[in-house]
Design a protein around this ligand. Structure first.
Ligand code: ZN
Length: 156
C-alpha cells in the first residue's frame, strides 16, 4: 500500500496496539488489555497487513473465547447468543463453572467490571453484543440522555 496521494490520510497507528498485534495476541485480548474497542484493534490489524484474527478455535483458552464460541454476529450489528439460558439469562460453562454472558460482554465492551446488573440496551432479543450491554449506572445515564433529547421520559 504505497498510495499516499489520496486525500483521506492514513489512520493513526497506536504503537501499543501494533506491538501486541505483532506479538501474536488476539484482537479481543488486546482490546481488553488496553481498554480499547475490538473494532479499533481489527482496523489496526488490517492497516498493518496482518492476517485476520480467526475466532472459533477449538480450545477455549480464555473465558472470552468461551463466550465468543456461543455467539453469532448479525448483519445489522448485533451479536446473538447461541448458547443456553438460565432463567432468561444467557449462560455458559467454562472450566466447570457457570457464567452469565452479560457481565463478560460488559467487560469485553467496556474494559472494566460492571456495576450492578448487566443487560443489553438495544432491544434485540438474545443480543449479547459487548457494545450493547450496559450496567445499572450506564442504563441510568442512557435514560437521562434520552430524557434530555426528547424532553421527557416516556411514561404515558
Ligand atoms: Zn444488540
Amino acid at each position: 500500500m504505497a498510495d499516499d496521494g489520496t486525500g483521506g490520510g492514513p489512520m493513526k497507528i497506536r504503537a501499543d496496539i501494533a506491538e501486541l498485534l505483532h506479538a501474536g495476541h488476539r484482537d479481543n485480548a488486546i482490546a481488553q488489555r488496553l481498554g480499547a474497542c475490538p473494532k479499533t484493534i481489527a482496523r489496526h490489524r488490517q492497516a498493518l497487513g496482518l492476517p485476520k484474527d480467526t475466532p472459533g478455535r477449538t480450545s477455549h483458552a480464555s473465558l472470552e473465547d468461551a463466550f465468543r464460541a456461543h455467539t453469532e454476529p448479525t448483519d445489522d450489528g448485533h451479536l446473538l447468543w447461541t448458547g443456553g439460558y438460565n432463567t432468561g439469562i444467557p449462560t455458559f460453562r467454562h472450566k466447570g463453572r457457570r457464567h452469565s454472558a452479560y457481565p463478560i460482554a460488559y467487560r469485553i465492551g467496556h474494559g472494566r467490571e460492571p456495576q450492578g446488573r448487566c443487560r443489553p440496551d438495544c432491544g434485540r432479543p438474545g443480543c449479547v453484543e459487548p457494545a450493547h450491554v450496559d450496567d445499572g449506572p450506564g442504563r441510568a445515564r442512557t435514560r437521562a440522555t434520552f430524557a434530555a433529547i426528547f424532553g421527557t421520559e416516556r411514561s404515558a
